[in-house]
Design a protein around this ligand. Structure first.
Ligand SMILES: [Zn+2]
Ligand SMILES: [Zn+2]
Length: 333
């Protein structure tokens, strides 16, 4: 039986939570906001068999531990915090149990509603990123196969409403915080903030370059972190993974410091011209399988941030001029 949790808010509402295994080794948190007269499901796992099974079992855990007898069929609205499969992949399964309207930020809507198109286009962009990063064809094919495999078997599901900062959603304040994902949102329920994957307790949320997906990228992310840090009266932050956070500002400061340190590491390495693949190896060492892709994207986000700001420049202009898809070498200005 999963360990469920219950968090009362200052406004007399309750946020319930339980974990599901989204993928082997990746646990995601599901939240239920109980407004008294309305029940809102926040995220729904990956759609893998174990994730779906634990989504149902989570409701049983709530009944046993807190005596609340909700079922998936009692949910009035479904809110998806961002367009990553570990958060929305369960939608086709949830649809078998309820017709409750599904909401997401507009910048992630097409990921949910036109998934097959989105995966194809993103895969194209990712391929050209990997070419420019200096990844050899064979390794590139392996990485792309892994990328496509991790996309699972989701089926596009229509979205019924959009999350908007300007409108309260059942008394919940929405904050749009692009960076980790274009349509990433945080949700404020009184003095509790659901931070989704914008702020996590232990892990620094993954970053990827905007050249792959618009409205991601480190610049947007750091700006969004600063925006959330300015919020007043947040007593508790609850992430899309990992443990609750009592000190949201402290956590944001630690994440910001880590990125600043990583940016200076990149600048240091680029005293001699480097490819993104070379920088990634220096930053993250000998990582394996899917982590190679994550490390490259993370490095790409940092290099792009410095390049956009004129602190790095392309060092091999001859090749850039001559070749259609050149491997880029970056050097410090
Ligand atoms: Zn995510
Ligand atoms: Zn996630």
């Amino acid at each position: 039986m999963q360990q469920a949790a219950s968090f009362p808010t200052s406004g007399g509402r309750t946020v319930y939570s339980f974990p599901v295994t989204a993928f082997p080794g990746l646990v995601a948190n599901i939240y239920l906001v109980d407004n008294g007269d309305e029940l809102i499901l926040v995220d729904c796992g990956s759609g893998m068999a174990q994730s779906n099974q634990e989504l149902l079992a989570g409701f049983d855990a709530l009944r046993e531990q807190f005596g609340v007898s909700f079922t998936l069929g009692d949910v009035d609205r479904i809110v998806i915090t961002h367009g990553h499969i570990d958060h929305f992949g369960g939608l086709p399964f949830v649809r078998e149990h309820t017709d409750a309207p599904i909401g997401v930020h507009i910048l992630d809507r097409r990921v949910l509603s036109h998934y097959e198109e989105r995966v194809l286009v993103a895969a194209r962009r990712l391929t050209s990123f990997l070419i420019g990063a200096g990844i050899a064809p064979e390794q590139r094919d392996n990485l792309m196969a892994m990328y496509l495999f991790a996309k699972g078997s989701y089926r596009s599901t229509p979205v019924q409403f959009l999350l908007d900062e300007a409108e309260l959603l059942a008394g919940i304040q929405v904050y749009h915080v692009p960076g980790h994902c274009p349509g990433q949102v945080c949700l404020r329920v009184d003095d509790v903030l659901l931070t989704a994957d914008h702020v996590l307790a232990w892990t620094t949320p993954h970053q990827a370059p905007e050249s792959i997906t618009l409205s991601t990228g480190l610049g947007h992310y750091l700006q969004s972190l600063a925006a959330i840090r300015r919020l007043e009266g947040i007593r508790l932050a609850l992430g899309g993974h990992e443990a609750p956070m009592a000190d949201l500002c402290g956590r944001i400061d630690a994440i910001t410091a880590l990125h600043e340190e990583r940016l200076s590491r990149v600048l240091e390495l680029c005293h001699t011209p480097c490819t993104i693949a070379e920088i990634s190896k220096q930053l993250f060492g000998a990582v394996r399988s899917y982590h190679v892709l994550l490390a490259l994207e993370e490095t790409g986000a940092h290099v792009e941030y410095l390049y956009q700001r004129g602190e790095l420049i392309a060092a091999n202009l001859d090749e850039v001029e001559r070749q259609e898809n050149p491997v880029l070498l970056y050097r410090r200005v």
